[in-house]
Design a protein around this ligand. Structure first.
Ligand code: AHM
Ligand code: MG
Length: 337
């Protein structure tokens, strides 16, 4: 008989990959799963429940917050706080990190950084959105108040990372550094089931995802790369197909399954691009590398960047290894222009 493995079973089964694990990370992943189910339920009935539209306030990035941004942020923070596995959380929607410094949470060893609702501009028009999360072990001693340094770690220190994609199906994809697996939510049963075991990028891709409306602002190397991807060349799958949803989660997910390159480069109006290093670029970079791909700021490996601000941005180029390498060559060749 075919065995249907739930996410819960998978998490427990894989706990043995961490010889000294006491189950806190497993419990934390289960809390993320639970919050994801709650957010998924709200997103599915958003049109009925009067939670479309804007709140009328800007977040720390100067972006107009959508009601679902705020709802997803609140659900994840309250669900993760209601358990004892993390000592603090940082979110795209909050200016500063939140320290959980009561006696129980202070003893916890993990911090979470997240984008509770990625692709906010898609909400009101029924297009795919997502949640991105990144988990680190704290640097400060257990039993003390969590510090900013616990959050400002390089991506290489990530213990786990993943996303939920609220698309035609809802899928939770995550890695703990031992490959990437995806679990599809069965709403009738209320459980996630392993549907995408050991995901890897196909060796070659022929999709590129970039907001080409920003073309005139891009560095010369990126402009040349885009034109190269559009040129006819039978031997290298070109011209590539352009696909861009305005949700990093959706574009990354498609490109990982089908082969492709996501780009949010710097431009003359956005010197470090748009995406936030800590809760957008790093978790996606960890997943990309675990799936055999790469993530770069055009020059350096994303996960080696040392953050200095919670909400700092980084240019982001991510996808099949070969495509990221080609992008880096174009940038290098036209750096002086
Ligand atoms: P958000 O987290 O506020 O939704 O912003 C991040 C999103 C990414 O998901 C997406 O790839 C990008 O911003 C789209 O930006 P743009 O509209 O500039 O193309
Ligand atoms: Mg986002």
């Amino acid at each position: 008989m075919e065995r249907h493995m739930t996410l819960g079973e998978f998490i427990i089964e894989n706990q043995k990959d961490f010889p000294y694990a006491k189950g806190e990370l497993s419990a934390l992943l289960s809390s993320i799963k639970l919050a994801g189910k709650m957010v998924n339920k709200s997103i599915n009935k958003a049109g009925l429940a009067q939670i479309l539209g804007k709140v009328g306030k800007e977040n720390i990035q100067g972006e107009n917050q959508a009601k679902l941004d705020v709802m997803a942020n609140d659900v994840f923070i309250s669900t993760l706080k209601s358990r004892g596995e993390i000592c603090g959380i940082a979110s795209e929607e909050l200016e500063d990190f939140v320290a959980f410094d009561d006696d129980i949470h202070k003893e916890a060893k993990y911090v979470v950084l997240m984008d509770p609702l990625d692709g906010s501009s898609n909400i009101d028009v029924d297009i795919t959105v997502g949640t991105i999360f990144s988990i680190y072990r704290r640097i400060s001693p257990e039993g003390t108040r969590v510090t900013k340094e616990d959050f400002l770690q390089s991506g290489e220190n990530q213990v786990a990372a993943g996303y939920l994609i609220y698309g035609t199906s809802t899928i939770l994809v995550y890695t703990t550094g031992n490959g990437v697996n995806g679990f599809t939510f069965d709403p009738g049963i209320g459980s996630f089931f392993l549907s995408h075991p050991k995901i890897t990028f196909p060796e070659n891709g022929s999709i590129y995802s970039v907001n080409e409306g920003n073309y005139i602002h891009f560095p010369q190397g990126i402009k040349k790369l885009i034109k190269w991807m559009q040129e006819l060349d039978k031997d290298s799958n070109r011209p590539f197909t352009a696909r861009y949803t305005g949700s990093l989660v959706a574009d990354f997910h498609r490109n990982m399954l089908q082969g492709g390159l996501y780009l949010y480069p710097q431009g003359s109006t956005a010197p470090k691009g748009k995406l936030r290093l800590l809760y957008e670029c790093n978790p996606m970079a960890f997943l990309a590398e675990q799936a055999g791909g790469k993530a770069s700021d055009g020059e350096r490996r994303i996960m080696e960047l040392i953050p200095s601000e919670l909400h700092e941005r980084a240019p982001f180029i991510c996808g099949n290894s070969k495509m990221v390498e080609i992008a880096e060559k174009f940038i290098e060749e036209y750096r002086a222009d």
